[in-house]
Ligand binder design. Structure first.
Ligand SMILES: [Zn+2]
Length: 147
């Protein structure tokens, strides 16, 4: 079983724990040393390796939840850009990186080079960000009924 499935089923604790999950998606934070606080991973609840394997219902839910996450990330971080990336090469379970690119990120690391950008941060910082993010995201109807 892949580590994203293990995060979801509780076998492995993701950094800062699960932000939120419902029957369609799981949201967790990227693990240090990669990324920075606010860098979210959003993935389908089922182990799906290709976007074309998602059901229509999953696609619709993922799109609406993803857009809401982007809006929340933009508001919380006051960034000019929230990047959205899907590779799923090393971890085959499809997962969207939602990256609120800080306005302080140097030009050399904007765009695709954001993947090389490193910042020292702690699990406590992740947890603090996640608490605020979760409070906002939970207002989305998709999650409200699941709590
Ligand atoms: Zn999986």
């Amino acid at each position: 079983m892949c580590h994203l499935c293990n995060y979801r089923n509780g076998t492995i604790a993701p950094p800062g724990n699960i932000i939120i999950k419902n029957k369609y998606v799981t949201l967790t934070h990227i693990a240090p040393p990669e990324g920075f606080p606010g860098w979210i991973l959003l993935y389908p609840a089922r182990h799906v390796e290709k976007q074309t394997e998602l059901t229509s219902e999953e696609k619709n839910k993922i799109v609406s939840i993803r857009w809401y996450c982007i809006e929340v990330l933009e508001n919380l971080t006051k960034t000019d850009r929230v990047y959205e990336i899907l590779f799923s090469e090393k971890t085959k379970h499809i997962h969207y990186h939602l990256i609120p690119r800080k306005n302080t990120v140097p030009d050399a690391f904007r765009g695709g080079r954001i993947l090389e950008f490193r910042e020292t941060y702690t699990e406590k910082e992740i947890a603090e960000f996640m608490t605020v993010f979760r409070e906002r995201i939970i207002s989305l109807a998709e999650f409200r009924d699941e709590q």
